[in-house]
Design a protein around this ligand. Structure first.
Ligand code: FAD
Length: 285
């Protein structure tokens, strides 16, 4: 399939990119890795008159350690994250997540900034970044702002991004000795999560969980933190029965979606199973 006609612009600076977006904001799309945008354009589900290719913007493809945080540029690919020695040491939940995304080709082109901006409810990064309490850097005509990731996603393919704003970076904490894991159930054809669960646990020397953070994707129109599960794990020794009782609360206060991959009831059960598995996997790290 062939996309509709569009005017292509490849700016060399962030300010030129923002100016172009502002001038054409009613009918413009940003192109990063193209792994979501190009299929949509080829199917004519997206028909922008203007496409801004941000792939040549300088400095957005770096992973930088800043004190007790890591700043990951928006153009960093899933593959860069998968193989980053720095991340494997300082924030392993990111490479753990990246390895589960799609296939080698998609991981080589797709970017973390594009995935976050796209706000796909079955995307993997939203679960992981909300479990990490990440912040998202956004640049636009009024300069730069940082958005807490639990405020960023609004719903199906919707976020707080304005049409003339660009996601430029994601800031995550160094997770030190925390135990982390990402697990998902996904059809082999796409790899998109029917249920995806990111887990970050702080466990003290006596084996008690002192902090639990969990992000869940694929289940509703946006990734969420199951607050009740986190509460039920915190302050406890995480034996099988404690984990299973907590996991049973994973869909409290949410209404799982229904689609060709499964009914709401199926998703609810799958979520319990994958929360249990992801917590157990984190404890083994
Ligand atoms: C076969 C296949 C399987 C896949 N499987 C998975 C999977 O298992 N898990 C998963 O999470 N994803 C999966 N994806 C999606 C993939 O991860 C994409 O890379 C990702 O969704 C979008 O990133 P991108 O860089 O390709 O963005 P693009 O496709 O270039 O852009 C996506 C959208 O975000 C906007 N955008 C892009 N970058 C920015 C930015 N910096 N600031 C503001 N807006 C921006 C674009 O305008 C567009 O609307 C799959 C894709 C394919 C084709």
């Amino acid at each position: 399939m062939i996309p509709g006609p569009f005017e292509y612009f490849a700016p060399r600076s962030l300010s030129d990119a923002v100016k172009f977006l502002s001038a054409h904001k009613d009918d413009v799309k940003i192109l990063s890795g193209g792994q979501s945008l190009l299929p949509l354009m080829k199917m004519r589900l997206s028909k922008p008159a203007f496409v801004v290719d941000i792939g040549r913007l300088p400095g957005l493809d770096q992973i930088v350690e800043q004190g007790d945080h890591l700043v990951i540029g928006a153009l960093v690919t899933h593959a860069q994250i998968e193989f980053s020695v720095l991340l494997k040491t300082k924030c392993p939940l990111l490479p753990q997540t990246a390895t589960t995304i799609a296939d080698v080709q998609v991981r080589n082109r797709g970017t973390i900034g594009g995935s976050i901006a796209h706000a796909d409810p079955a995307g993997d990064w939203p679960a992981t970044i909300i479990a990490l309490d990440a912040e998202i850097q956004v640049s636009g005509p009024n300069g730069e702002r940082w958005v807490k990731c639990d405020e960023f996603f609004l719903g199906l393919l919707m976020s707080v991004l304005e049409p003339d704003e660009i996601v430029t970076a994601v800031k995550v904490p160094v997770t030190g000795n925390d135990k982390t894991a990402y697990m998902k159930a996904a059809p082999r054809s796409s790899g998109f999560a029917v249920v995806g669960v990111a887990v970050r646990l702080a466990v003290n020397s006596s084996g008690t969980c002192s902090r639990a953070a969990i992000g869940i994707t694929g289940v509703t129109d946006k990734a969420y933190r199951p607050g009740r599960v986190e509460q039920m794990l915190t302050g406890k020794r995480l034996d099988t029965s404690t984990i299973q009782q907590a996991a049973a609360e994973a869909c409290r206060n949410v209404e799982p979606i229904e689609d060709i991959n499964g009914s709401a009831e199926y998703r609810k059960q799958l979520t319990e199973v994958y929360v249990t598995r992801a917590v157990e996997a984190a404890l083994r790290t």
